[in-house]
Design a protein around this ligand. Structure first.
Ligand SMILES: Cc1cc2nc3c(=O)[nH]c(=O)nc-3n(C[C@H](O)[C@H](O)[C@H](O)COP(=O)(O)OP(=O)(O)OC[C@H]3O[C@@H](n4cnc5c(N)ncnc54)[C@H](O)[C@@H]3O)c2cc1C
Ligand code: FES
Length: 254
């Protein structure tokens, strides 16, 4: 059950030239949250629609969000200061199911944050993380602390191997055994993560990103094609049925 809270900003800091870490005081949301869920953040009076942001971590009273500035809403969010209040609705959606499992986490760009808390909750975790370049990388120290192995890749080769998160993941899949792959990032990454899981004979959970309106299943903005257990296609909602889906359920467009 989601809560709507006016949350006090505890801290806001830049992680790189585009990404920010926002820590909010949100005890009710934190108490109910699971890894992989998201919150819907009100980004100032000029913006009617809330912005969906994944929960990076939730502990005690503190909700940790990591976001990149993309447009007006996230730009407004990046200018908050300590003590200001931000209206947050959440936790929303369904998260990752990782308890007791050996999980390979595959994250691309701003898809990386929701994997961190899931990695902490997994039986054991390795991660393959991909970024455009070294100056866009985030949360590497956090993943290094939580994961047995954290393999990095960048498009330009400025950090880790040259390539994508999937190239880094293949390396780990060749030498280690996993029960599950969890992936978050661009849809094409999710599609290939699902293929890699199929080749390895293990299940895959993917976190989907779609434009959102209400965030609670009432407006249809986030509709996506899904496949049921009999192979029949139907329309579902990323906000209510996801954002985390079993990869078998998803009809990838990419
Ligand atoms: C489930 C989910 C989790 C997400 N988690 C994160 C996260 O942890 N960190 C992060 O940086 N970003 C995340 N995003 C993307 C983030 O919601 C968008 O970058 C943000 O809404 C852009 O808003 P804006 O006002 O800055 O940009 P604008 O382009 O000005 O936004 C205009 C409208 O389009 C919507 N919109 C634009 N881009 C997206 C997008 N990619 N996804 C959904 N709606 C969009 C906005 O919500 C707004 O209603 C997530 C998206 C989803 C669906
Ligand atoms: S955002 Fe309204 S139904 Fe999903």
């Amino acid at each position: 059950m989601p809560y709507q809270q006016d949350c006090s900003v505890l801290s806001l800091r830049a992680l790189n030239e585009k990404a920010y870490e926002l820590i909010l005081e949100a005890p009710d949301i934190v108490a109910a949250a699971q890894p992989g869920q998201f919150v819907h953040v009100s980004c100032g009076e000029g913006h009617l629609l809330r912005r969906p942001i994944s929960i990076c971590e939730a502990s005690g009273m503190q909700l940790r969000l990591v976001f990149e500035v993309r447009g007006e809403g996230t730009e407004w969010l990046s200018r908050r200061t300590k003590g200001e209040r931000v209206s947050v609705l959440g936790p929303l959606g369904h998260g990752f199911d990782v308890a007791g499992k050996r999980v390979l986490f595959i994250g691309g760009g701003i898809g990386v944050p929701p994997l961190l808390w899931a990695a902490k909750r997994a039986g054991s975790a390795d991660a393959a993380l991909g970024f455009a370049a070294e100056n866009r990388a985030i949360l590497m120290v956090d993943f290094a602390k939580v994961c047995g192995e954290a393999a990095l890749a960048t498009d330009d080769g400025s950090l880790g191997r040259k390539g994508t998160a999937l190239d880094a993941a293949r390396e780990l899949l060749e030498k280690n055994e996993y029960d599950l792959i969890c992936a978050c990032g661009p849809e094409v990454l999710l599609k290939y993560a699902a293929q890699a899981a199929e080749e390895a004979g293990i299940p895959c959970q993917v976190s989907m990103e779609e434009r959102m309106g209400c965030g609670v299943g009432a407006c249809l903005v986030c509709a996506v094609k899904l496949r049921d257990a009999h192979g029949e296609i139907y329309m579902g909602h990323v906000c209510k049925n996801g954002p985390v889906f079993s990869a078998e359920e998803v009809v990838f467009d990419a």
